[in-house]
Write a new protein. Structure first.
Length: 338
């Protein structure tokens, strides 16, 4: 039987004028693809606009590379449904995601002569539960500077008892639960104002072989659904602290509760700081949540350094008892170029 398509009425018309229902089996696939693309487009749109948006966008931005999965699934559905407009939409989303997955920030090496080697370790010990594993890692890795988040009072006491010989200098914000934080140093320290925040963010100035280096511990509130504004404000406070004295070498390390896909974190990098893991080729290595790694995760633990530092190596360590990987970076401090 010869047939013709009546697109206006959505039916098949045979040569005798009879009508049969048009096949609609492809429509569910197109609708599913459209829903997937719409959700991804909201997140990608905020990333394009350099905004963290509102819940659930900040939470999804932390896992931006994983949006390749629903986008790829949607693109497959458009091909099965022969929805070519949707296919163009999906390809455009894939292109934007691939663009944004590229590392953010500068990677220029310092030009002055090297003056000191510095190893930095940062670890969120999850309410102190990972303290024993951290102490073992510090003894094994022998960092010069240690930044510890969620180090409650028993954690602080354990660090003082077991590591005081190698790290006689410390700055701390005492607190219970997630509020306590500690900076341990093999170098002499002098006091500096802590960054204001809900959780402890101590600061100090270290004397590294005769060169002053600003140290700041980062631990802003996480972007919980009802605390996104607070999270954004505390990241802004870290940005302001980083911008306060650009003439002094700086190390800003800790659990930022943010990835390079968050606008609030990129604004910290825009002050001139650089992500040491990115410099060492580990910019997308996930650090949280440790219990789902390496299958699923994101990098929210960072060591940011001023342009006075070069990063030679970055390694993420699995520690028992905590939901974060520790990060160890080897830095070279350079004097200002003559």
């Amino acid at each position: 039987m010869d047939t013709e398509t009546d697109t206006a009425n959505g039916t098949w018309t045979d040569a005798d004028g009879g009508r049969t229902p048009r096949r609609t089996g492809r429509r569910p696939g197109a609708w599913c693809a459209a829903l997937l693309f719409a959700g991804v487009s909201v997140v990608v749109g905020c990333r394009t606009a350099d905004s963290d948006g509102v819940t659930p966008v900040p939470q999804l931005l932390a896992f931006l590379p994983w949006l390749l999965v629903p986008t790829g699934a949607g693109l497959l559905l458009t091909l099965l449904a022969r929805w070519w407009t949707g296919a163009v939409w999906g390809v455009a989303l894939l292109g934007l995601l691939a663009w944004f997955i590229e590392p953010y920030g500068k990677s220029v090496e310092p030009t002055g002569p090297p003056v000191a080697e510095v190893r930095v370790l940062t670890s969120n010990v999850e309410f102190g539960q990972g303290t024993d594993a951290l102490i073992a890692a510090v003894r094994r890795e022998k960092p010069d500077l240690v930044f510890v988040q969620e180090c409650e009072r028993t954690c602080g006491a354990a660090l003082r008892r077991d590591l005081a010989a190698g790290y006689p200098h410390r700055r701390a914000v005492e607190g219970d639960g997630s509020k306590g934080s500690v900076i341990l140093s093999a170098f002499p320290l002098r006091a500096a104002p802590a960054v204001p925040g809900t959780l402890g963010m101590p600061a100090a100035v270290a004397d590294v072989r005769g060169h002053p280096v600003r140290l700041r511990l980062a631990h802003p509130m996480p972007p919980l659904a009802d605390r996104v504004d607070l999270w954004r404000d505390e990241l802004a406070a870290l940005r302001d602290a980083a911008a306060g004295d650009r003439g002094t070498p700086t190390v800003l390390a800790g659990d930022f509760n943010a990835s390079q896909d968050h606008a609030a974190f990129r604004r910290i990098l825009d002050t001139g700081l650089r992500d040491a893991a990115r410099l060492a080729g580990q910019d997308r290595t996930p650090s949280w949540p440790a219990r789902t790694l390496p299958v699923f995760g994101t990098q929210i633990d960072h060591v940011l350094v001023s342009g006075d530092f070069a990063a030679r190596d970055a390694r993420f360590l699995d520690l028992a008892g905590t939901d974060h990987r520790a990060l160890v970076v080897d830095l070279t401090l350079h004097a200002a170029a003559g």
